[in-house]
Design a protein around this ligand. Sequence first.
Ligand SMILES: Cc1cc2nc3c(=O)[nH]c(=O)nc-3n(C[C@H](O)[C@H](O)[C@H](O)COP(=O)(O)OP(=O)(O)OC[C@H]3O[C@@H](n4cnc5c(N)ncnc54)[C@H](O)[C@@H]3O)c2cc1C
Length: 493
Amino acid sequence: MNRKILVVGTGLAGLTAALRLSKLGYQVEMVEKHHQAGGRLNQLKKDGFTWDVGPSFFSMSYEFDEFFRFMEMDPPFEFIRLDPLYTVHFSGSGNKYTIYRDLDRLAEEFRQIEPGFRAKMERLLGSAGKFFHDTDDLVIKKNYNSMLHWLFTLARVPWGHAPKLFRSVMKELDRHFTSDEVKQIFSLVAFFLGATPYDTPALYTLLTYTELVHDGYHNVRGGMYRIVEGLLSEMEKRGIQVHYDTEIVDFREHGGRLFSLTDQNGKSWEADMFVINSDAAGFRHEVFKRERFSEEKLDRMKWTLAPFTMYLGVKGKIGGLEHHNYFLGDNFEEYAGKIFKNSISLEKPYYYVNVNSKFNPEMAPEGHENLFILCPVPDLRFKPDWSDRDKLADDIIADLSERSGFDIKSNLVTKTIFDPVDWGKMFNLYKGSGLGLAHDLNQIGYFRPKNIDEKFGNVFYTGASTIPGTGLPMAVISSKLVTDRITGAHDSV
Ligand SMILES: Cc1cc2nc3c(=O)[nH]c(=O)nc-3n(C[C@H](O)[C@H](O)[C@H](O)COP(=O)(O)OP(=O)(O)OC[C@H]3O[C@@H](n4cnc5c(N)ncnc54)[C@H](O)[C@@H]3O)c2cc1C
C-alpha cells in the first residue's frame, strides 16, 4: 500500500497525523499557509529574543507518550512537570497566591481566607477525578458514527455525574468554597477552554483534577516550539515534504470524491485522501462553501474567546514575576459575564504573563527577560475593529509595571502585538477565535464537526474544532482518532 495523503496545515494535530499515517505506510505530503510549521504552537524570534507564540504549558503528557510509542521513536523533546503551577495576583486585595500541587502547601496559601481548605479541595477533587476516570477513555477518545452511538456511550457514564452537565463551573465551586478569591482561582480552568466559569459546564472541573492530582502541567525545555522542531526532524527522516506559504482556497471534485485542492496561486494538489487540519468548521465554510457551515450558521455557534497577545523583550530581571502568572481585577463576575460580547471596557484587563526566560535563559539575551502576555478578548463578531490596540497594550504594560514593581515601559527593548485580526489571518482562525469552537454540550462528541466529511468519503479532519476538542493533548488525540477513521479501526454502531 502506498496511497497518497495530502495534509492541509501543520498544527500539532496535522503534524502528528502526518507522522502516524506515514508510519502506517501512506505516502504523506503537507501544505501550510504560514511560512513555518506549528500553527498556534509557533515561535517568534526578534531582536535577540525568542518567544513561544501560543501555548505555554500542557496537561496529559501521557498522550505524547502514546504517540511516541505508536511511532516507535524516542521523544525528541523533554517535558518537565511544573510545581508550583502558577501564581495568581488580585488587584483589589493586592493578594498573591502560589498554586502548588502539594495540597498541604496549597492549604497553607489559603489558610487565612478559606478555613478547612484541604478537606474541601479533597471533596472537589474526589468528585472531579471520578468523572475524569469515568469518561476519559469511554467518551473522549472515541469516534462517533451516529447519534445512537453517542447516546449509548453517554448512557454508560454513571448517572451520579449528571448534575455536572447542568450546573456551571462557578456553581460547582460555590458548593465547595466560600472565599471568592479561591473560587476565582480554581475557575480559571474555564478560561483555559477559552470560555468563562459562568457558562462552562461543571464537568470541566475535571481540569482541576488534572492540574493538581493527575498528570499536572508541563513545560518543554528550550521552549514549547521544541515540540514542533522535534516532529519536523522525524518527518524529514520519513521523507514527508512540507510546502509553506501555500494556502488552499478551492477544490475540484470528481464522482462524489474530492479530486484535488487548489492553492492561492492556482496550483492543484492531488491525492487519494485529504486530511484537513485547518479549522474543521471554518474550512467547510471557506473552501467547501457548505450550506450547513454558512457564515450565518457559524456565527450562531459558540466560539472561544480571541487572543490579544504581546511579546516583550525587557532589559533587566523582573523579581516580582514567576514563570507563569495570572493578573485578575476586582470585578471578576462582571468581567467574565461581559467580556465575551465586548460589553465591558478593556481598560482594566485580566491577563496572563509567561516569563519563559526564567526557565529557559537562552530565550533572552543575558540580563533580559522575554515576556509573553495573553489577554482573552471578544472575537471579531463582537469587536471587529482593533485600531485601538496600542491603548490596550499600554494599559496592560502600565498595570503590570505597577503590580510587579518593575518599570517595563522604560526598559522595553522590543514589542510585538498580535490582535485577533492578526491571529485570524495568520492561521485562518474563524473570527479570530483562539481555541476554536467552544465545548458546550451541544458542541462536543457527536455534535462537534465530524472528522470525516459529510460529502467526500476521502476527506478527513483533525484539530481543535473537530473531536475531541482544544488544547495540545487533544490535538494529539485528534490525530489518533482521524488515523483510526482512515484505517477503519473505529467503533461502529
Ligand atoms: C494564544 C494561545 C494560547 C494557547 N495556550 C495553550 C496552552 O497553554 N496549552 C494548550 O494545551 N493549548 C493552548 N492553546 C491551544 C492550542 O494552541 C491549540 O488547541 C492547538 O495548538 C491547535 O492545534 P491544531 O493542530 O488543531 O490547529 P492549528 O495550530 O491552528 O493548526 C492549523 C494549521 O493549518 C494552517 N491552515 C489553516 N487553513 C489553511 C489553508 N486553507 N491552507 C493551508 N494551511 C492552512 C494554519 O496556518 C495552521 O498552521 C493556546 C492557543 C492560543 C491561540
